[in-house]
Design a protein around this ligand. Structure first.
Ligand code: PGA
Length: 251
């Protein structure tokens, strides 16, 4: 049985005051969501604050990105070792905004995935197709290529300690959620593709759906056989919406 995971991706949003208010508002929904893991990914500058605020709660947290290096002359970067020291459990890797806005290739994503994992964090590997690729019926080929880059680099067994987030780029921040049927069919394909390398790993890996998840759409999405929770952007900044999404993941 795979544990559902609901993860908020706050992107580049927040103030000290709003972060404090948001985390405090999530303590109770997280406590009530027995069997569901709840995590947030704040901007790194707030990690120290989130570390303090989440102490003694059921809220886990992670970073939105990590550098491939652990230390050295890399101005502006954040080391996975430092993220670990600040109590991160997770680090996102390969989010479409990183791939697009920061030109992160599959090779860069694979190297970061390895650095994150080797330094004791759980990588959350984000994959997904653009609208043009979706319309050209290339979704399956795109996610296979994105997964293969990591499998070639770190091996299939690395997914025993990783999470996958399928996020169709056309659904991110657009209000266009993939239908539960579309999402489930891609999730099933991802699992089947991984099963070609290891049936055991494929059966156990958590595959989250991301892209305009709201309180209204969460339960039906998360009720699909191969959808193990969500990676939530916009709605994770609104405590009531996020609480409803967390409740939607309850088994
Ligand atoms: P969204 O973002 O929920 O605002 O679409 C999801 C994500 O980018 O992880």
């Amino acid at each position: 049985m795979r544990q559902p995971l609901v993860m908020g991706n706050w992107k580049l949003n927040g103030t000290k005051a709003s972060v404090e208010a948001l985390v405090k508002a999530l303590v109770e929904p997280a406590a009530k969501a027995e069997g569901v893991e709840v995590a947030v990914c704040p901007p790194v500058i707030f990690l120290g604050l989130v570390e303090k605020l989440t102490e003694g709660t059921r809220i886990q947290y992670g970073a939105q990105n990590a550098d491939v290096h652990t230390a050295g002359a890399f101005t502006g970067e954040n080391s996975p070792v430092m993220l670990k020291e600040f109590g991160c459990k997770y680090a996102l890797v390969g989010h479409s905004e990183r791939r697009t806005l920061h030109a992160e290739t599959d090779a860069v994503v694979a190297a970061k995935y390895e650095a994150i994992q080797q330094n004791g964090l759980v990588p959350v590997l984000c994959i997904g197709e653009t609208l043009a690729q979706f319309e050209a019926n290339e979704t399956k080929a795109v996610v296979e290529t994105q997964l293969k880059a990591v499998i070639d680099h770190s091996g299939i067994d690395s997914f025993a300690n990783a999470v996958i987030a399928y996020e169709p780029v056309w659904a991110i921040g657009t209000g266009k959620t993939a239908t539960p049927e579309i999402a489930q069919s891609v999730h099933a394909h991802i699992r089947a593709y991984l099963a070609g390398f290891s049936a055991d790993v494929a059966a156990k890996v958590q595959i989250l759906y991301g892209g305009s998840v709201t309180g209204a759409t969460a339960a039906e999405l998360f009720g699909q056989a191969d959808i193990d929770g969500g990676l939530v952007g916009g709605a994770s900044l609104k405590p009531e919406d996020f609480a409803q999404i967390i409740a939607g993941a309850k088994q």
